[in-house]
Design a binder for this molecule. Structure first.
Ligand code: MIC
Ligand code: SF4
Length: 645
């Protein structure tokens, strides 16, 4: 029986367990990727392990999220990160260089390697056949300490691609088609592997877009074969020597199958406020639009920015539309400038911003009241733009540019009456900027780590008591995102290394009293529906509620990264055996978990809970290692114990 590529890469990195779907495996991690919003906590956690330097092939820290310096806080974090990177042997990419995923792909990615990133879009590395997995900061800190990454062995969904994309349709439409078919939880617990004759028509950066938003499907990762396009991309980055060919065996088996004829795709758009809310652009064409933004880690390739520049060349956006561009990297901006694209953009009146995440995580660019915003970003969760009740659509650069010109949502194929489709060739050799990342060096190892007043020490976590009593502090519905639990935005993000200050914002858009209820009750629980905790990898959505006294979450199902983060911070992730019991767990319900500690110690899967005196059964489906974390009050306590001489 032939092996698929995902299983080949997992197999080559396997250090614990067997490749049996659902069973826990431990894999060796080659690269660690950190970004500032999750990376400050991850660095504090790494420091708490007491090691002298990172124990991994390479680690890189990017400053891309918290780049607005409206007071000392973000600047404090940057100084902390830069000095800690120097001290522990980590590459440091300063603010302005670009978004972690894009810069890493340009400068460091390598086919067949594994990468663990403290950002959910780490699977963008699929662009060069690298297995990128998003995780909480603590898991990345442990990987930097040379420990394996543990995860339930995923299923592999094989997606056969045939045909070629028609004009005006691009990679974003491929992943939107996947979201139209599978929605935001359709690929939970799976690696998506694309194969077949259509693959060769997609460039490395097209594949990056598709891998990036595999995360929105709930997937663990995405992989593409490494072929001539991969080689061409690496050569254009001056790194052709690291190219290796990689592919599935001819007779490879997949756990599940899907097929897309690229030639049949049309422009698609995700409507407010979920990336899974996908319809053909023509279905919503004609709606008035006020803001259009091209950029983010999903759509900032040279092709994406140049196609936008070419469509706008010699034209101006509709007067109602504010058109922004957020380039993904300094390198791409330099290359667009070299080919004349920047001049077209400037002359068309586009607002060109610094390279980074910006409005994608609510760091500026918030739309006005009732305004419609169209973005080439990966996510449009409610309120994520910074505006309450926002109306954010997600689409390709072609749809964004056509819409900006017309002022209403427009199928880009309508432009064919006015212009030829601008086909863009990637540069054979990019203009390279090699000195913008500060590499590790022995000379820097005695750097003193700078801790400004925004860097607070990690809170202590107490171990789990024998019997737990808790009150339900909030009950929420299906598809709750980590943005609901622990919001982003320019007010909250600068507090990522200050748990006490951050705690006032937990669930604030759903129940502004949540924080006070927790303070008053002491020990609390949260009840939720399906796919609880989807979206970002931010461990703050587990750590900060834990700090407020949340010791258990009982839901219908969990998103992968959030569930792992809960275990890492000693919060018990329980699932209703009978989903109907959800109705009993109203806010204020009193819960008793008898003999909880012993049950977890003994490996019991079924955990009884008394709800206002009525007994229900919940399921605790976690590994023995994660049971250890919960008993110890969190992974850090557990690992520190293990590291004791
Ligand atoms: C996001 O896109 O939601 C973020 C912001 O990049 C997060 C990371 C974070 O919360 O810092 C992610 O995708 O993991
Ligand atoms: Fe940044 Fe947005 Fe990408 Fe997250 S999804 S890494 S916020 S650009």
């Amino acid at each position: 029986m032939g092996r698929n590529l995902a299983k080949k890469i997992l197999g080559a990195h396997l250090v614990d367990g067997k490749l049996v779907t659902g069973q826990e495996i431990g894999i060796r991690i080659d690269h660690a990727l950190l970004q500032d919003a999750t990376g400050t906590m991850a660095m504090l956690e790494f420091e708490a392990l007491g090691l002298d330097s990172v124990q991994i092939e390479m680690a890189a820290q990017y400053v891309d999220h918290n780049i607005i310096q409206s007071d000392y806080k973000n600047a404090d974090d940057h100084a902390y990160l830069q000095s800690a990177c120097a001290r522990y042997g980590i590459h440091f990419s300063p603010p302005g260089n670009g978004i972690s995923h894009q810069v890493h792909m340009e400068r460091f990615s390598a086919p067949g390697k594994t990468m663990l990133g403290s950002d959910s879009h780490t699977p963008s590395a699929a662009g060069v056949s690298m297995l990128g997995i998003g995780a909480g900061g603590l898991d990345v800190a442990l990987a930097m300490a040379g420990r394996p990454y543990y995860l339930p062995c995923p299923k592999v969904l094989g997606v056969k691609l045939t045909g070629e994309l028609p004009d005006w349709v691009s990679a974003k439409d491929v992943i939107l088609e996947m979201l139209r078919r599978h929605d935001v939880k359709g690929c939970m617990g799976k690696i998506i592997e694309y194969y077949g004759p259509g693959v060769k028509s997609l460039s490395a950066t097209d594949r990056e877009t598709i891998g990036n938003m595999g995360t929105e499907l709930g997937a663990t990762s995405t992989i593409f074969p490494s072929d001539e396009n991969t080689r061409a991309y690496l050569e254009s980055q001056g790194r052709g020597s690291i190219w290796v060919p990689l592919t599935a065996d001819e007779d490879a088996e997949y756990d599940e199958h899907d097929e897309i004829d690229l030639g049949q795709l049309e422009p698609l758009i995700a409507c407010p406020s979920s990336p899974g809310n996908v319809v053909p652009v023509r279905e919503v064409a004609g709606r008035k639009v006020h803001q259009v933004i091209v950029g983010s880690c999903a759509n900032s390739s040279f092709r994406d920015l140049m196609v936008t520049a070419k469509i706008l060349e010699g034209r101006r956006p509709h007067p109602r539309v504010s058109f922004h561009m957020n380039p993904g990297s300094r390198q791409v901006l330099g290359n667009v400038a070299r080919r004349g694209g920047l001049v077209s953009l400037i002359m068309s009146g586009v607002r060109i911003h610094e390279c980074g995440c910006l409005g994608c995580i609510g760091m500026g660019q918030a739309p006005g009241t009732g305004q419609v915003s169209l973005r080439t970003f990966p996510r449009n969760f409610p309120g994520r733009s910074g505006t309450k009740d926002d109306h954010v659509y997600l689409c390709s650069p072609e749809t964004a540019a056509a819409t900006a010109l017309k002022g209403v949502i427009t199928d880009p194929r309508d432009l064919a009456k006015e212009m030829d489709y601008p086909s863009i060739n990637h540069p054979e050799i990019y203009l390279l900027i090699n000195n913008s990342i500060i590499g590790p060096s022995e000379d820097l190892r005695d750097t003193e780590v700078i801790r400004g007043p925004n860097i607070k020490p990690l809170p202590e976590m107490t171990f789990l008591p024998q019997t737990l009593e808790a009150e339900v502090a909030i009950r929420v519905g299906d598809n709750i995102t980590t943005d609901h639990i622990m919001p982003g935005g320019s007010e909250v993000l600068p507090l990522r290394s200050n748990i006490e200050a951050l705690s006032k914002f937990v669930f604030c858009s759903m129940d502004p009293e949540f924080y006070k209820v927790c303070k008053e009750k002491g020990v609390v629980a949260v009840a939720g529906g399906e796919n609880y905790g989807q979206g970002s990898s931010r461990e703050h959505a587990a750590l900060v509620p834990r700090y407020l006294g949340v010791r258990a979450k009982i839901v219908k199902s969990f998103a992968r990264i959030h569930k792992a983060n809960l275990c890492n911070f000693g919060v018990i992730p329980l699932v209703f055996r009978d989903p109907g019991d959800y109705d009993l767990l109203k806010k204020g319900a009193k819960l008793v978990f008898p003999r909880l500690r012993s049950r977890i110690e003994q490996g019991e899967m079924e955990i009884p809970v008394e709800v206002n005196g009525h007994r229900i059964i919940t399921v605790l489906d976690i590994s023995d290692r994660q049971r250890g974390y919960i008993l110890a009050g969190g992974a850090l306590n557990f690992v520190k114990n293990e590291l004791k001489p």
